[in-house]
Ligand binder design. Structure first.
Ligand code: APR
Length: 246
């Protein structure tokens, strides 16, 4: 049984018995790394810009130079941050259980830098360049104002999902399949306001999984989850992993 930890024993037992754990993370898991959400990031010369006016296909077509300048600025911000103990705990958890599926709404590549593999990225990855025409993964010239696709000559775009765009089909399919199959679902650092990501916990619950959230500010779903661990993921997750590892 769990010793010296505040994680409910029954949750530790459920995790220990789980054949498959599914985790959904949001911006909160990167908060302790100092990664600003793009709303928080709007300071200095970007203060006058609303992210909704920059993170859209129309904004890119209207002014690709401005949009690339914004994303390169954000890439530098994120690259300066480091994965925190919460990211590392999730990577460690994958070694302790038979199967772990990690779905993230974040584009900051922090889970991968902490050692997590096969991360399902609901909103893409800010460090990727993709062809604007066909979405293929490309390598853009970082020295040009608007990098071009070496295969078709179109503009390249940052590899993130913009407002008004749909979630990548494979990411959605794999996430729903994992939520439907898992024995335990952990919703970590997300306000659970943006669908379809916010619907994954319900899918897990409908399929009999134990559902827990980790968030210092209990979300509107907390009451319907089995457990709502009110704390910072950088503190709660290492504790949860330590309880499991004993
Ligand atoms: N540990 C855990 N959770 C935290 C921490 C922390 N240290 N700090 C903050 N949080 C929680 C907040 O209480 C909040 O509920 O993280 C959540 C972050 O919520 P949002 O900022 O809404 O981020 P997210 O849920 O990822 O948003 C989903 O919406 O903004 C769009 O595309 C964007 O991917 C994003 C999506």
């Amino acid at each position: 049984m769990a010793v010296n930890c505040d994680i409910p024993d029954a949750l530790i037992v459920a995790l220990r018995d789980a054949r498959h754990i599914c985790i959904l993370t949001g911006a909160g898991v990167s908060a302790e790394s100092g990664v600003p959400t793009f709303r928080e990031a709007q300071d200095g010369l970007w203060a006058k810009h609303d992210p909704h006016d920059l993170a859209t296909p129309d904004a890119f077509l209207a002014d690709p130079v401005l949009v690339w300048r914004w994303y390169r600025w954000r890439r530098d911000l994120v690259a300066e941050a480091e994965p925190n103990p919460g990211h590392h705990a999730i990577a460690r958890l994958a070694e302790l259980v038979p199967r772990l599926t990690l779905v993230t709404q974040n584009v900051d590549n922090m889970h991968q830098r902490a050692g997590s593999r096969d991360v399902i990225e609901f909103h893409g990855n800010i460090f990727e360049d993709r062809c604007f025409a066909d979405g293929s993964l490309q390598v853009g010239d970082p020295t040009t104002a608007v990098p071009m696709c070496s295969e078709c000559g179109s503009h390249l775009r940052p590899g993130v999902v913009w407002f008004g765009e749909s979630i990548p089909e494979q990411a959605l399919h794999e996430s729903c399949a994992a939520a439907s199959d898992c024995d335990v679902f952990l919703s970590i650092g997300t306000s659970s306001l943006v669908y379809p990501a916010a619907g994954l916990a319900d899918l897990a619950r409908q399929n009999g999984a134990t559902v827990a959230e980790v968030n210092p500010n209990p979300t509107m779903h907390a009451g319907s989850f089995d457990y709502a661990l009110a704390g910072n993921s950088g503190v709660v997750l290492p504790e949860l992993v330590n309880c499991l590892a004993v």
